[in-house]
Design a protein around this ligand. Sequence first.
Ligand code: ADP
Ligand code: MG
Length: 387
Amino acid sequence: MSVDTAAAVAERFKELYGAEPEGVWAAPGRVNLIGEHTDYNDGFVMPFALPHTAVAAVSRRADGVLRLHSADVEGDVVELRLDDLAPESDRNWTAYPSGVVWALRQAGHAVTGADIHLASTVPAGAGLSSSAALEVVVALALNDLYDLGQKGWQLARLCQRAENVYVGAPVGIMDQTASACCEAGHALFLDTRDLSQKQIPFDLAAEGMRLLVVDTQVKHSHSEGEYGKRRAGCEKGAALLGVDALRDIAYADLDAALDRLGDDEEVRRLVRHVVTEDQRVERVVSLLESGETRAIGPVLVEGHASLRDDFRISCPELDLVVDTALAAGALGARMTGGGFGGSAIVLAEEADVETITKAVEGAFASAGFTAPRVFEAVPAAGARRLS
Ligand code: ADP
Ligand code: MG
């Protein structure tokens, strides 16, 4: 994110609100390298931050008023009274930043108002966490301006609460933590149970590789209901197995656990995905730590198969990306994010990037799908103050 962007966002703030902002902050979107649908099972995830960010110019107010504006949404400044903020009262984009203010105040932080102008380069609804970027940038700005002293992981928890309770979306903790805590050149190995974390060096360019994000530009309409069903199924599995969360089933005990689930095939499949996926995260961490980066490719492919066949949240577009990329020489590929559309990631040798990109674009054209958006993802910095 360039200084120019910070200056442009500050300039727009001044046009809207008639004074310079007190500061400008940025928070990134993310892609998840491995560890899908494990975060609401208390398990492991491994996201890294994208160079795409939500940027916010912010000033405090003392009069209990919150004013919001986004460069990316048509419309005037929205003005709200802090005392009127209430969970699930807002179905618009403004629910994300308002939810953060609400969550901060609920947690006892003395936030007395703000003027906020936002602009984001994170594509919305592409599974790259534009919502978390929006929440985290607002949380970080208010944390700094009001001197709240919250660490990144604490802000992530508050943002998750904003999205769960205020927006009404039952998301896990990964996206907010990734946006708040990732570091450039690293993937974040995160234990979603206690939010303990480890930065794992992940510099593909230095090893002659690239990671592509393929945004399929589709979002199938049933995705939210299906997410809820998967979540409920995982909770049922944990209850049947007598554990707090599926994270508590060790990989070595998976077969015994599946036997105990008897003929509940639906729950068996969900449990198998979550337990094997946690193990895949651990395998990817140990491969990266021992310098065997190319060997993570097959683990990503296994992860995709598990999401497609056991968790059943892939879709024809995502499968086509993965199959085509692998046939064109990719080291690994898998869907990333919630599923039923959104994005896939492709790990490739630098020399194969063009061939793979053309192959995927060609396959989409032949299938009559909307052209995908393909871009390279370099692990970027987490949330930060720009000026
Ligand atoms: P994802 O987080 O995968 O991009 P979500 O459905 O969780 O998808 O969040 C997308 C929503 O976040 C949008 O519908 C919009 O309400 C809000 N949003 C994202 N980016 C912006 C932005 N730049 N300005 C205003 N609202 C935004
Ligand atoms: Mg989101």
